[in-house]
Design a binder for this molecule. Structure first.
Ligand code: PLP
Length: 396
């Protein structure tokens, strides 16, 4: 006998992976240049040169045992100091190393956060559509209940009426992700302030903190001058889940952190529970070599020029054809309304033109599809006739 929950998780490949595998199979038949694959969110910009230089230098010059050895479970002091300094400079905060727990990327940070807030089988975590599908899998596989509130399909901010009515005495946390995968939208400051007000009010009403789990792997990928409001500054019970996967193009290296602000209620218990959750998952410590690199590169910002070029071209070409897109202010995703109103059907139509788009039903929003534009610019240019034909097929 094996765990049914784990068997289901391991056997069912995600829709996105299915599509990606399909693309590879088709590429073998028709040639890679004839496949327009917008399925995966794998950064297409190489890691900044500072990252590679630091890695080479650490390997060649640091004490060899320490480079590959275990670190303390919460992470190296120097690395946590460097991360705190960087955020303090950018956001005027006063974090210290004691606010950070280093992890193997955002997924691990989220696991730690969910395992901390799920206290019994009635514990609920609210996700806001469209949302990253792993949230549901992570919450449910850790014994909690995942509640989705429908998308605000006009602006892709937060449907506050639905949120207000969904919070109840079992609500332990809300998970948000800004800039958002899949919508590419950045939550406005107004949205974050309103969210903080509701969470404060509801926490008082129910007599326990309702945590805001803020999933921020795309924080630095933003194309507007205003940037992204730093959520932890607006609500004290915020658990920030961060990763360098997207900002430094290091998704395979598995490095990130959980940030717990000192002003959070029961800070010490919260911090220790996050560390306990990491221990219960057997994470041991975040990868040592990556920690040492982050110590030197915590302040390195991504070069988003090519994502912006892709975004501008794709957005202009699609809107000219007649597609409607959510405001693509951040991340590297365009969220586009299916011209026939049904994204599952539309992505099948697009597939006939070897155009691989992820239906929004994977993200709790089945009238939109996602195009990940972290791809080669030339592929985008080549793909436009396929977008046009798909549009015509779907609207005739
Ligand atoms: N959260 C969101 C919204 C993501 O899009 C991803 C990855 O695509 C993750 C978390 C997981 O990131 P990581 O690779 O750092 O675990």
């Amino acid at each position: 006998m094996v765990s049914e929950k784990m068997l289901a998780l391991g056997s069912n490949r995600s829709t996105i992976r299915e599509l990606f595998e399909y693309g590879k199979m088709r590429a073998a038949v028709v040639g890679a240049e004839n496949i327009y694959d917008y399925s995966l969110g794998n950064p297409s910009v190489p890691a900044p040169k500072e990252v590679n230089e630091a890695l080479v230098d650490i390997i060649l010059n640091d004490a060899p045992i320490a480079v590959h050895g275990y670190t303390s479970a919460v992470g190296d002091n120097d690395t946590r100091d460097a991360i705190a300094d960087n955020l303090n400079k950018r956001y005027g905060t006063d974090y210290t190393r004691d606010n950070f727990y280093l992890t193997c990327g955002a997924a691990a940070s989220l696991l730690c956060a969910f395992r901390t807030v799920i206290i019994n089988e009635s514990s609920e975590v609210i996700g806001i559509a469209p949302y990253f599908p792993e949230y549901k899998a992570f919450v449910e596989s850790n014994g909690g209940i995942f509640r989705m509130i429908p998308a605000d399909e006009e602006h892709f901010q937060i449907n506050f009426d639905a949120l207000y009515n969904t919070i109840n005495e079992n609500t332990q946390a809300i998970i948000i992700n800004t800039p958002n995968n899949p919508s590419g939208v950045v939550y406005s400051e107004e949205t974050i302030i309103r969210l903080a007000e509701i969470l404060t009010q509801k926490s008082e009403e129910y007599g326990h903190p309702i945590y805001l789990i803020s999933d921020e792997p795309y924080r630095e990928l933003v194309y507007t001058e205003n940037g992204v409001p730093f959520t932890a500054k607006y609500y004290k019970n915020t658990i920030v889940c961060y990763s360098y996967s997207k900002s430094l193009s290091l998704p395979g290296e598995r490095i990130g952190y959980v940030l717990i602000p000192s002003e959070a209620d029961d800070f010490t218990d919260l911090y220790n529970s996050i560390a306990g959750a990491g221990r219960s998952c057997g994470y041991v410590c975040a990868p040592s070599l990556m920690q040492k690199m982050i110590k030197r590169c915590a302040g390195v910002m991504p070069d988003i020029t090519s994502y912006k070029k892709n975004r501008d071209y794709l957005y202009a070409a699609l809107t000219e054809i007649g597609y409607e897109c959510a405001d693509p202010s951040g991340a590297f995703y365009l969220f586009v309304k299916a011209p026939n109103g049904n994204a599952d059907e539309f992505s099948e139509i697009a597939k006939k033109h070897d155009l691989l788009l992820v239906s929004g039903s994977a993200f709790g929003c089945d009238t939109y599809f996602r195009a990940s534009y972290c791809v080669d610019y030339d592929m985008i240019v080549r793909s436009i006739p396929a977008f046009k034909k798909s549009f015509e097929d779907a609207t005739k």
